[in-house]
Design a protein around this ligand. Sequence first.
Ligand code: ZN
Length: 208
Amino acid sequence: MPFYLLISLLTLYAVQGFQVDVDTSQAPDLHDFGVKTKEILESWYPTIKRLLHSPEFKEVDRLQIHFDPSDTGVAGTDAFSNYIVGHAPYFRKHQDDFGAMIHEMTHVLQKYKDCDGWVTEGIADWVRYYQYEPHRQVVKKPSSEDSYTSGNPYFLEWINKNRYEHMIYFLNQDCRAGTYNINIFEKLTGKTVDELWQEMMADGRKNC
Ligand SMILES: [Zn+2]
């Protein structure tokens, strides 16, 4: 087979390997935003897949995004149907917020069978804030009013950097396999989740 043909076929495979279909028929003014969202999500699929790799990961071939005219928040995801709804009024006002879609796509790749909500959301925000847009805004350290259940990705990043560098890997693995238990924090770091939270709060540095 000629080399150029092989390259063309490989390129075709890469493009067809994961495809985002965007429906802006109910919000035609978001057409350009939808096109850009498609490009960004398709190009970020391999990275999120690598970040959240585990033995039970299943490839996603197609992801559907529908822009809905209702004004009921930012976006939502049905991970097991590979479906994201984006609320048009929000995205009309935030046409630079591709990070919100990266967060939603992360849920589609997570497909967690059993997990605490704050871990699921914390990991999706960790992908968004620490991987996709680390320069867009600094993630603020939680305040004394917060608790670990508020889902702040700062806590997960802090544990990963300061206590156990594979924390997120194993959280992701167990949640996807359906074997998650909150004791995983103690098993891997020797500290309960409450003790880790207190240690993070006592850490005087501004950034983790
Ligand atoms: Zn979420």
